[in-house]
Design a protein around this ligand. Structure first.
Ligand SMILES: Cc1cc2nc3c(=O)[nH]c(=O)nc-3n(C[C@H](O)[C@H](O)[C@H](O)COP(=O)(O)OP(=O)(O)OC[C@H]3O[C@@H](n4cnc5c(N)ncnc54)[C@H](O)[C@@H]3O)c2cc1C
Length: 268
């Protein structure tokens, strides 16, 4: 086998459910400065073991091949040598069952490049920000809140997090704490399969917007001149919410044509 490309060590792994985890890695060398919302590439060789909680992969992998996939960084931009990732396991996937089999002390490849245009910090300072996520789509927002919340007191910010059940709400404690602590941050979780103990919202994200929840809870207007929307997560949610926003004058942000609708798609 060629010389190993591994250049980082796993230092923390917390399973929130059997198929959702936060993974912390220390890179051997610090990375260059990056912006909250950007991603890097993680890599593991095909000969690494798969988690016991996975199914056989559909396409067998060459044991010598370095499997590589992009992952959004969830940690603050001040940390250049320790990175946190929020990852969901695709049981028949190639990369995630190997990531879920890692333990602290194991080695991994982390790309030296940190890239992406889903950068929340570039929104104009006087505008409001709405961050909408399902599943691990929360990762870029956690980086943003950990990095810039204190620096943006003039912007109202809302985090709408959609999930099926209570235990799917990753970072719930941190987000609740931030929402209770900062009067410009509004944390709005919603569950579609909540049990009786849940007293919060029980609507689909699209229904929440339709019911004017942003104005009622946070005083935020759905207006491309005043509010930037960020969408990350389930492709169906991203599609539905984008359509709803485009009907209200929003256009998708690209490098060439700036807009107030920012989209990060993890898979299609
Ligand atoms: C810019 C970017 C940032 C990303 N950030 C994250 C992140 O922060 N956390 C994270 O968990 N993933 C993230 N992803 C997805 C990640 O790169 C992998 O695609 C994912 O982890 C599956 O890899 P795999 O090798 O296990 O599955 P593969 O063997 O590559 O895929 C199997 C199939 O599963 C489907 N699939 C992929 N991801 C999911 C999913 N999450 N849920 C259901 N089905 C899926 C796809 O249709 C794919 O064809 C990101 C992707 C992009 C493009």
């Amino acid at each position: 086998m060629e010389e190993s490309k591994y250049n980082a060590t796993v230092v923390g792994k917390i399973l929130l459910t059997p198929d959702i985890m936060t993974l912390r890695v220390d890179t051997d060398e610090p990375r260059n400065e990056f912006k909250a919302g950007q991603y890097t590439v993680l890599g593991l060789y095909g000969n690494e073991g798969r988690s016991p909680n996975s199914t056989p992969e559909s396409d067998p992998v060459d044991p010598k091949k370095l499997l590589q996939r992009p992952y959004s960084i969830a940690s603050a931009t001040s940390q250049l040598q320790q990175f946190e990732f929020y990852i969901s396991q695709v049981k028949s996937g190639q990369m995630t069952p190997r990531l879920f089999n890692l333990d602290p002390g194991d080695r991994i490849f982390v790309s030296k490049r940190i890239v992406g245009v889903f950068t929340l910090a570039e929104t104009p300072e006087n505008q409001d920000i709405v961050m909408i996520a399902t599943g691990t789509g929360m990762a870029p927002y956690i980086s943003f809140l950990r990095s810039y919340l204190m620096a943006r007191p003039e912007s109202k910010m809302a985090v709408i997090q959609g999930a099926a059940k209570q235990w799917d709400l990753g970072y719930y404690s941190e987000l609740s704490f931030l929402g209770d602590t900062f009067n410009n941050l509004f944390y709005i979780p919603t569950l579609t399969e909540a049990d009786k103990t849940w007293t919060g919202h029980k609507l689909w994200i699209e229904e929440m917007l339709e019911k004017n929840i942003l104005k009622d809870v946070a005083g935020i207007e759905v207006d491309p001149g005043k509010t930037h929307f960020f969408l990350c997560g389930n492709p169906k949610m991203v599609e539905n919410v984008s359509e709803w926003l485009m009907e209200r004058g929003y256009s998708k942000h690209t490098r060439r044509e700036p807009g107030a609708l920012h989209i990060e798609e993890f898979w299609s």
